[in-house]
Design a protein around this ligand. Structure first.
Ligand SMILES: *Cc1c(COP(=O)(O)O)cnc(C)c1O
Length: 344
């Protein structure tokens, strides 16, 4: 194996076995209805390539945000978009700036593209240390807002400051942007170094179809499109994504559900002795009153998957819960009550 990728471990791949999934932060309301409806009605010519750069989806996104189609790059999941950002802007051996704690795949994309990862500690409340990042000399910085796994949005002012002071490209991963009040998308034409990444895997409830996109200025999107593998987004996924973009009612219902249920779940966890962190997303990170591994295993035995971060520095004994429907959260809290009650 290539020396830079020899130590790679394979990605999270749990044995699901019919369990309730509160571990992946997908939309608990289920399949995107407009996308599902579109797929049911399809009878397409399988012998034809999709449009090279998925222009129809780029047009639909442009109309959603009031931007131009040239502001968009679409691909097979936002993971492809992140990979393309590294491929487009980093040379072999360049430093890539990744905050800690954040999404684990950033290190992987940087290293896969020959970069060397430089971590910048987030502050006590999981905000950016702008001075540290701006003075790092890195070629690219990738930050998540809302951040995963901590759940909080990054301060807009810090990001503006960073964009002005950092010499390289700043990728802002807004995988959970639909749930947050703040976004950098309306600002993409103001900066020459801003790339916002978004996905159809979370609020849009279409993870199976693998659709993601970048929003950036026209020059940067041209550069990224020239590097991206042509046709990486298949035609069926593109069509389903267009249908989903046109049905914003589903996104509104999903946001409303999360806005109502998130404080309820946080309060329930607090009452059971957890310390939940503030969240602007559809998930909550919380410090457990009992051992993280024992909690995760006991919930799995009871048919619920959650994500365990408890062995990581700064996330000691923390686990992450996707905010469920009212019924899912009540069942979760009841199960945790049984587990915690038996161990204290
Ligand atoms: C889930 C997630 C993604 C997702 O990716 P897709 O490849 O679009 O499914 C990207 N970034 C973060 C922070 C995520 O949590």
């Amino acid at each position: 194996m290539r020396s830079t990728t020899r130590d790679f471990k394979k990605y999270y791949s749990p044995d699901v076995g019919g369990a309730v999934r509160m571990d992946t932060n997908t939309n608990v309301l289920g399949s995107n209805p407009a996308a599902a409806e579109y797929l049911r009605g399809q009878d397409i010519d399988l012998n034809e390539y999709p449009v090279t750069y998925s222009d129809n989806l780029r047009r639909a996104l442009a109309s959603l945000y009031g931007l131009d189609m040239e502001n968009f790059v679409v691909g097979s999941g936002s993971d492809e978009i992140l990979d393309v950002a590294f491929k487009t802007f980093t040379e072999w051996g360049d430093d890539c700036l990744v905050p800690y704690p954040s999404y684990t795949l950033y290190d992987y994309f940087a290293q896969m593209n020959g970069g060397s990862v430089r971590h910048s500690e987030l502050t006590e409340d999981f905000q950016l240390d702008v001075d540290d990042i701006a003075s790092s000399g890195a070629r690219i910085a990738i930050v998540a807002s809302p951040n995963n796994p901590t759940g909080n949005s990054l301060r807009q002012r810090d990001m503006e400051d960073l964009l002005a002071r950092f010499e390289g490209i700043v990728v802002v991963d807004e995988a959970y942007g639909e749930y947050s009040d703040s976004s950098m998308i309306p600002r993409v034409d103001e900066f020459d170094n801003l790339v916002v990444a978004r996905t159809f895997s979370k609020a849009y409830a279409m993870a199976a179809l693998r659709v993601g996109y970048a929003v950036t200025n026209r020059d940067v999107s041209d550069m990224m499109n020239s590097v991206k593998i042509p046709y990486s987004l298949n035609g069926l996924s593109e069509g389903a994504a267009i249908a989903a973009v046109r049905d914003q009612g589903f996104i509104e219902r999903s946001k409303k559900m999360v806005a109502e249920e998130r404080p309820r779940l946080a309060a329930g966890l607090s009452a059971l002795g957890f310390e939940p962190f503030p969240s602007d997303s559809n998930f909550i990170l919380a410090r457990s009153p009992i051992g993280h591994a024992a909690l995760t295993a006991a919930l799995k035995e009871r048919g619920v998957l959650i994500r365990d971060f408890g062995s990581k520095r700064r996330l000691e004994n923390c686990v992450r819960f996707t905010v469920g429907t009212g019924e899912m959260n009540s069942e979760l809290l009841q199960k945790i009550g049984d587990i915690v009650g038996g161990r204290r």
